[in-house]
Design a protein around this ligand. Structure first.
Ligand code: E4P
Length: 218
């Protein structure tokens, strides 16, 4: 399973890239707005830090403007995935860009039916939002299970399930059990994956006991 980080904060991206565990980045207009930086410059900077796919979203909602924006964004770097919304116009843009060999991430997916359309439009990634479904008392992970099962039935579809709107480590573990291809997570959720109080407690004991030996490995 691939790990993408869901942020536009370049310092967080650099920090997580240094772990060697980061396979890509997803951004959205809200995350870019938080940085206060120029969108095109910021995306270029991120693409220089991470080799894997970097999702950058179009801003318009009409077909013609989205297509122009998508083509412009795609020229920023080879590892760009143009992000488009799951609307009729967005999927039309997806098809046009995918036909030109550009990676497209279709975002704001909330049903299996929408995920089927995205695959048929040639999306490289479909982004179902699990946390936002959980927020309205709907099982977000059930959507992932459905999409994974459907995509497995059609091996000629090359769309990867990119679990988005991830809120906690259980979303990641469940995604892995279901066979989702990618999870995109806020930095703090990725860091939570390392944590267990017994790991911390055990390490304190090992360090103390090692001191008692009076030895040095180096
Ligand atoms: C990523 O592609 C999505 O835009 C993001 O995961 C949405 O997360 P949120 O629901 O926490 O805003």
């Amino acid at each position: 399973m691939k790990f993408f980080v869901d942020t536009a904060d370049i310092n967080e991206i650099r920090d997580l890239a240094a772990t060697g565990l980061l396979d890509g980045v997803t951004t959205n207009p809200s995350l870019v707005a938080k940085t206060g930086k120029n969108f095109l410059d910021l995306v270029a900077e991120i693409c220089g830090v991470v080799k894997g796919p970097v999702s950058a979203e179009v801003a318009a909602t009409d077909y013609e403007t989205m297509l122009k924006e998508g083509r412009k964004i795609s020229k920023i770097a080879k590892n760009i995935a143009v992000k488009v919304p799951l609307t009729p116009a967005g999927l039309k843009v997806c098809k046009a860009l995918a036909d030109d060999g550009i990676m497209v991430n279709v975002t704001l997916c909330f049903t299996p039916a929408q995920a089927i359309l995205a695959a048929k439009a040639g999306a490289k990634f479909i982004s179902p939002f699990v946390g936002r479904l959980d927020d309205i008392s709907t099982d977000g992970m059930a959507l992932i299970a459905d999409i994974v099962q459907i995509y497995e039935n059609y091996p000629d579809w090359n769309t990867e399930v990119l679990v988005a709107s991830v809120r906690h480590p259980v979303h990641i573990v469940e995604s892995a059990k279901m066979g989702a291809h990618v999870v995109t997570c806020p930095p703090d959720v990725i860091r939570k994956l390392y944590s267990h109080p017994l790991t911390d407690k055990g390490l304190v004991t090992f360090v103390e006991d090692w001191k008692k030996t009076g030895q040095s490995i180096l």
